[in-house]
Design a protein around this ligand. Structure first.
Ligand code: ADP
Length: 363
């Protein structure tokens, strides 16, 4: 029983000593030896008493700072004993008070030292946890991108022959309804291909792996060609498209393909949600040092409480669930791409009136 208690104490002591910084221990030993030297040389050999005892507070404070309460108390008692023994056998009340002061000041400053050590330990723990969390998060994100990449590969492999064969069929077939069927297959495969690319782009964007190929361009021809591209879809749905460019437009530094992707996405959404007979406007406005591009529609609008949520990945607003079966990838990807350009995206919408989706690009 006694043996095991001693073993436990020895273990605790060795654990404590392991945690004590060796350099601190060496410095403290030197300081204490200097104190002993001063005490015995000045007091015993030369008979000088008094003032030098104040120097004892130096190791005392240092011990309290490094090792807290137990450090301050032990060094305080040690110094008190040295001080007392060097005056033996005539210990005056002053010497006794000084010795007591060492022990008391040692323990009092030690309490503050312990608080500091505890706060530092907590801070280090929080820092270690934060580092671990960050490492886990990074690994998790890399795993996600890796998974998305593998998924994209698996989905694209069977899609490639569908796309190639449907294109070939469109070229070869002359008779209806086979030509229309081939076109349907091709359209479906192309749209699936786009969704798969969006999925990978979004995953890349989330971990900052999406890169832009920036170039200075005149936005007018780009916006006209986008309007041309969407015009057949708009016409087929009985909607009208108005192109309202505040020309001459200043040039912008952008990734042309990515900007096209963003505006087409907004126009496609506008087409999807605008009823027959409705109007879609593609508009530009110069706002100080920014160029704003807006897509306005006369669709069902978006409730106020959902207007920010639709920029979150995989979120589909109430209107989306009624009118479309999308995945909620388009707008978050648009936002990521616009922000990569140093711009911003926003939406202004009123239920049953329509929506305006806007983006700004720095000039
Ligand atoms: P998806 O990629 O599935 O089309 P988006 O990210 O483009 O999704 O859009 C998210 C949601 O925002 C849609 O589900 C829809 O509810 C809403 N939304 C987007 N554009 C419009 C619009 N022009 N009018 C009304 N609702 C819209």
């Amino acid at each position: 029983m006694r043996h095991s208690k001693e073993a436990r104490m020895a273990k605790r002591l060795s654990h404590y000593l392991d945690r004590v910084n060796r350099v601190h221990l060496l410095i403290m030993t030197i300081l204490l030896l200097v104190c002993i030297g001063l005490e015995y040389y000045l007091n015993l050999a030369l008979g000088i008493t008094g003032a030098y005892a104040h120097l004892f507070y130096v190791p005392l404070f240092i011990a309290a700072f490094w090792w807290g309460f137990w450090g301050g108390l032990s060094v305080g008692i040690f110094l008190a004993l040295i001080h007392l023994t060097s005056y033996l056998p005539d210990i005056s009340q002053l010497v006794l008070a000084e010795s007591l002061a060492f022990a008391l000041v040692g323990s009092a400053t030690g309490v503050i030292g312990s608080e500091r050590i505890r706060a530092e330990r907590k801070l280090r723990q929080a820092y270690d946890e934060e580092v671990k969390l960050r490492r886990d998060l990074q690994a998790e994100m890399e795993r996600r991108v890796e998974f998305t990449r593998a998924l994209v590969h698996e989905l694209k492999t069977p899609l490639t022959p569908v796309l190639a064969s449907s294109e070939l069929l469109i070229e070869e077939l002359r008779r209806e309804p086979f030509l229309s069927l081939a076109r349907n297959i091709n359209r479906g495969a192309l749209s699936l291909n786009e969704k798969i690319d969006e999925l990978l782009d979004l995953a890349r964007g989330e971990i900052g792996m999406l890169r832009l190929k920036l170039k200075q361009i005149d936005p007018s021809p780009l916006l006209r060609s986008i309007a041309d591209e969407i015009s057949s879809l708009v016409a087929s749905q009985g909607q009208s498209l108005i192109l309202d460019l505040s020309e001459p437009l200043p040039s912008v530094t952008v990734d042309e393909n990515r900007l096209r992707q963003v505006i087409l996405n907004l126009l496609n959404n506008a087409c999807k949600f605008t009823p027959e007979g409705g109007t879609i406007v593609l508009r530009t406005k110069r706002r100080g040092t920014r160029l704003a591009i807006e897509v306005e529609d006369t669709g069902p609008g978006i409730p106020l409480e959902e207007q920010q949520l639709i920029f979150e990945p995989y979120y589909r607003a109430r209107s989306g669930q009624i009118y479309s079966g999308g995945l909620g990838l388009g707008l978050p990807l648009c936002k990521t791409l616009v922000e990569l350009h140093g711009g911003q995206m926003w939406v202004k919408s009123q239920e049953n009136k329509g929506s305006v989706f806007g983006l700004s690009l720095p000039l």
